[in-house]
Design a protein. Structure first.
Length: 368
């Protein structure tokens, strides 16, 4: 194995692997990447046994082929810290991988490529295309509602449903829910669904950064994959998508509507919540027909309040929310205004964007 590659190209190829490799693991091999040099390209593969990413680089000058496993972090750090614009010579000699550039020469240990746990054959999946910016935007607007260590495993991921020409992403931690839909390219027969683990969702989001064209999305009964021009990401799914019905958590029926300026409300909450305290930081909204008073207090007898003009078509009501929950929601609504459907001070609230009818949030109230 021997090849020369530019710093820019190898860093670009290595970056997606770093989110997948395990920093510490009972299996040391999982801190490594599989490096494969073939006649026409170089590939880097990383896995944590639940997900796998494979990137390729076709611009290297290849002298000899081969494959090995080596530390993802060390190889990436060495290449990243070399001067910009460098060409890097990488070759395998015995059990060491050598990295040379300019007057620098470095060697790192390798392990047998035969011991690297590559994913087996993926079952039959249904494929469709979607614009990368659209999927990236959907993930941004929903992923913050995922949980991380909930005993209800389906809450530790993102539910994806695909039907005909539409894809829907839904996330919930049991106290809030975010869901949005968008068009896909082409048509999918029947209905497909799966729950993508939290880590995989975050890695897919990063993979889509700076992409503008179409990507291939593949969903099956056990795995999901996303394919971009130089990268393929595959993840196992969380079991139980057929037993989940997120629609039951979305309030239905008529309710008084509160229309607010999204940024104005967020800015006011930022100021008022400085003096919010206790176990869970919360703020109260005292809603009238043409104004809302936002208030908070803490155990030190400190308090803050600020009002703003709004439009409400119901009876005066007081409702409280977690500061973090409402702020994360508001920061992901792009429209100038949003609408709160108020079903009661002790009932979950439905929040929608005035510019995107496919985006919905459900947030449970705090009982302060």
């Amino acid at each position: 194995m021997k090849f020369t590659v530019s710093k820019t190209e190898i860093i670009k190829a290595l970056s997606p692997t770093l989110g997948v490799v395990e920093k510490r693991h009972a299996m040391p091999m999982l801190t490594n990447i599989l490096l494969v040099v073939e006649d026409n390209n170089i590939s880097f593969t990383a896995t944590d046994l639940e997900s796998q990413v494979r990137t390729t680089c076709s611009s290297a000058k290849i002298e000899t082929t081969g494959k090995t496993a080596t530390s993802a972090r060390k190889l990436s750090d060495l290449c990243r810290l070399l001067p910009d614009g460098s060409d890097i010579l990488i070759y395998l000699d015995g059990s060491k991988l050598f990295i040379e550039s300019g007057s620098g020469k470095f060697s790192i240990a390798t392990q047998s490529s035969e011991d690297f746990p590559v994913f087996g054959e993926i079952g039959e999946n249904s494929e469709f295309k979607i614009l990368a910016p659209a999927l990236r935007d959907m993930i941004r607007k929903t992923s913050f509602s995922m949980d991380s260590q909930n005993w209800r495993k389906h809450l530790n991921g993102m539910y994806v449903g695909v039907e005909s020409k539409s894809i829907t992403l839904t996330a919930s931690d049991g106290h809030r829910l975010a869901t949005c839909s968008n068009e896909i390219v082409g048509d999918v027969p029947g209905y497909l669904s799966g729950i993508i683990p939290r880590k995989a969702v975050n890695e897919i989001g990063k993979l889509l950064n700076d992409l503008s064209g179409e990507i291939m999305f593949s969903l099956g009964s056990n795995t999901v994959s996303v394919e971009t021009p130089n990268t393929t990401f595959v993840s196992k799914l969380i079991d139980g998508s057929d037993k989940v019905n997120y629609q039951r958590a979305v309030p239905v029926g008529d309710a008084p509507e509160l229309k607010v300026n999204t940024r104005e409300l967020s800015d006011i909450i930022s100021r008022v919540s400085v003096l919010s305290g206790g176990g869970v930081k919360g703020i109260k909204l005292n809603i009238g027909s043409d104004s809302v008073l936002v208030s908070s207090n803490n155990p030190e007898q400190e308090a803050g309040e600020e009002s703003f003009r709004s439009d409400f078509n119901g009876d005066d009501i007081e409702i409280a929310f977690s500061v973090n929950y409402i702020q994360e929601m508001l920061s992901n609504i792009d429209s100038e205004h949003c609408i709160f459907n108020i079903y009661g001070s002790d009932k979950s609230c439905l929040v929608t964007s005035t510019s995107d009818s496919e985006l919905k949030y459900v947030i449970a109230p705090l009982l302060l």
